[in-house]
Design a protein around this ligand. Structure first.
Ligand code: SF4
Length: 364
């Protein structure tokens, strides 16, 4: 079995105004959390018939803020994970955490890809978002990462911020394109339970304006050499994120840490968002049932490569129904879907209304 390993680091140096990810405020990751991750890894790692742990094809330190991990902590986790020599090993960080010492340490611990939370090239936007860095910090972090020897660098940017504009998108793409091989571009979503969700800032784009900003970002990113391969993800050729592609292809992955999700051999499970329970060795997986054909269709339609009907049949023993084929043909007429060699994909217009399309499609 090929699988990816995700390790959630539920600590952040402060909370951003828009974020509902599970994390607690701390300036460092306690050693007890590394012990807990290692304990859970030992319990849940997939093994071969002889009981030997399988080596992951990808490792992803996500969060929260893995940039708070000391290199020695990453080294402990990597030693246990024992990834394949060809593994993609990604660590997420915020720009203010990129110091030459940490970058060199993460690299020698085996990290070969960084994902930097840049978000915007506008300092006023960054302040509004509650970020703890400036655009200059972000540019510096990317330069330092390159200089340290990371040649696979991803950067996050946010779209549809208050007062967002084509020019603002241009500036953020330019900042990122100077050093990165991969860009994730997310539309700001107001989440319940966040400060921004409770008191939305003035000047937020409406749905039509947000759609226009997304289209603008897709164009700008293409001009800068980044092809979209998933709704929110863009890469220079050959730099698509291998770990996240496992999720979208409904492959195997083990997610460790509070709030992490897993799917192994078609069985999905998750861990409760309960850090204290994990720290005292009481993390228990919650069964989330079998991965089904509808999940696969939903995931694959996020990708530009789309849904391959032969793969659907091979994995789930079923084909798209006549009703589903008819709906997709109608959507193609409206330029919301397109026929591919082996199946169907959504166009940019289709991706913008993906939820509505999926509700109709999966009801047929
Ligand atoms: S956006 Fe990142 S740094 Fe900010 S609170 Fe969420 S997980 Fe933490």
């Amino acid at each position: 079995m090929t699988y990816g390993l995700y390790m959630h680091i539920p600590y952040c140096s402060g909370r951003c105004a828009y974020c509902d990810f599970y994390s607690t405020v701390a300036q460092a990751v306690p050693e007890g959390y590394i012990d807990a991750l290692l304990r859970d890894f030992e319990r849940f790692v997939p093994r071969d018939a002889a009981g030997v742990p399988l080596r992951p094809a990808t490792v992803y330190f996500g969060g929260g803020t893995p940039g708070l991990l000391r290199p020695a902590q990453v080294a402990r986790l990597m030693q246990a994970a024992n990834p394949l020599p060809t593994a993609e090993v990604t660590l997420e960080l915020n720009p203010e955490q990129a110091t030459p010492g940490r970058l060199a340490g993460w690299l020698s611990a085996g990290v070969n890809r960084l994902s930097v939370g840049v978000q915007s090239a506008c300092d006023a936007q960054l302040r509004r978002l509650g970020r703890r860095h400036t655009a200059a910090d972000a540019a510096r972090a990317l330069r330092l990462a390159r200089a340290a020897g990371f040649n696979n660098l991803s950067g996050d940017m946010m779209l549809a911020l208050p007062g967002d504009s084509r020019q603002a998108i241009d500036e953020t793409v330019a900042l990122l394109a100077a050093e990165t091989t991969h860009i994730s571009a997310y539309l700001l979503k107001l989440e319940r339970g966040t400060p921004m969700g409770a008191a939305p800032p003035p000047g937020l784009p409406d749905a039509d304006e947000a759609a226009e900003l997304y289209r603008c970002a897709v164009d700008k990113l293409a001009q800068a050499g980044y092809a979209r391969y998933e709704i929110s993800n863009f890469a220079r050729p050959g730099f698509e994120g291998r770990h996240n592609l496992i999720y979208w292809d409904a492959g195997n992955w083990l997610g460790l840490g509070p709030s992490a999700h897993s799917c192994l051999s078609g069985r999905r499970f998750s861990f409760a968002a309960n850090l204290p329970a994990m720290l005292r060795g009481a993390s228990e997986p919650v069964d989330e049932g079998e991965l089904e054909a509808d999940d696969y269709i939903m995931l694959r339609l996020r990708l530009d490569a789309g849904l391959d009907e032969a793969a659907l049949e091979r994995r789930f023993g079923r084909r798209l129904s006549a009703g589903q084929q008819a709906l997709l043909s109608q959507l193609a007429t409206a330029d919301l879907a397109t026929r591919t060699l082996g199946g169907w994909a959504l166009t940019t217009g289709g991706m913008l209304v993906q939820n509505e399309i999926l509700v109709r499609l999966l009801d047929l």
